[in-house]
Design a protein around this ligand. Structure first.
Ligand SMILES: [Zn+2]
Length: 246
């Protein structure tokens, strides 16, 4: 008997295999699909952002200008320290500040000058712009000898740019930097008041003398040549009255 071999068609198994392959491929491809983490930029570019959302994003990432540009912060401008009583255009100042603490008169013993009575430690200033002429930082006065040259105790004399010499004495201290040849401006602090020299036994006061410029050690002239009262009155009120020398 002849056996006829019936060819086995792979149709059914092949179809099943293809189906399995397709399903597997789909499953695998979905797993292998790259996960894209949207960045802010891609999100903003590819997706229209509602105004409210956009506002929220800006709120979450505040970028203040001052943080990004610290150099934009204004640099403080350092201005020279100026005494509070110094006013623009005023060229003459009462020797003690404020003038309201002072008591003085139009009289002085023996020669033209003024004794300005003020509390110890009152501020003594340069009357005008000028150059420091002489300075005494040590009280050499001795009551036993009463030497005229040392009667001022601690003192400063300044030759103003107006050609007038201003002498303030019986000070308790002379300001640092006030030395012969140093330029000072009107109203600048030059020392503090007290009662050194022959004022030791008297109430504290600043002896004030106006004179011609003179040579160092000329105590007879530096102590005063001009009655200062009317000038002290004028300077108290901010009037630029220049002393008239004899
Ligand atoms: Zn005096």
């Amino acid at each position: 008997m002849r056996v006829r071999r019936i060819p086995v068609t792979p149709t059914v198994p092949l179809t099943i295999s293809l189906l399995i392959l397709i399903i597997c491929n789909l499953a695998c491809s979905s797993q292998a699909k790259p996960v894209i983490t949207p960045t802010l930029s891609t999100f903003l570019i590819t997706t229209p952002v509602p105004t409210s959302t956009n506002k929220t994003v800006l709120t979450l990432t505040p970028l203040p200008t001052a943080t990004l540009r610290p150099t934009a912060t204004p640099t403080p401008v350092l201005t020279p320290t100026r005494e509070p009583w110094v006013a623009p255009g005023q060229r003459y100042y009462f020797p003690v500040q404020p003038p309201t603490v002072a008591r003085y008169s139009n009289e002085h013993h023996d020669y033209p000058a003024a004794d300005i009575f003020v509390p110890i430690g009152s501020i003594v200033v340069a009357i005008a712009d000028g150059i420091v002429d002489e300075v005494s930082r040590v009280d050499r006065w001795d009551p036993r000898t009463n030497d005229c040259a040392y009667r001022g105790g601690l003192w400063v004399s300044i030759v103003g740019s107006d050609g007038v010499r201003y002498y303030t004495s019986h000070l308790g201290s002379v300001e640092t930097g006030i030395e012969t040849g140093v330029h000072v401006h009107a109203g600048q602090i030059i020392g503090r008041s007290s009662h050194t020299g022959n004022a030791t036994p008297t109430p504290p006061h600043v002896h004030f003398g106006i004179s011609h410029p003179t040579f160092p050690g000329d105590w007879a002239i530096r102590r005063g040549q001009v009655w200062p009262y009317k000038y002290l009155q004028a300077w108290t009120h901010g009037e630029n009255l220049k002393p008239v020398l004899p």
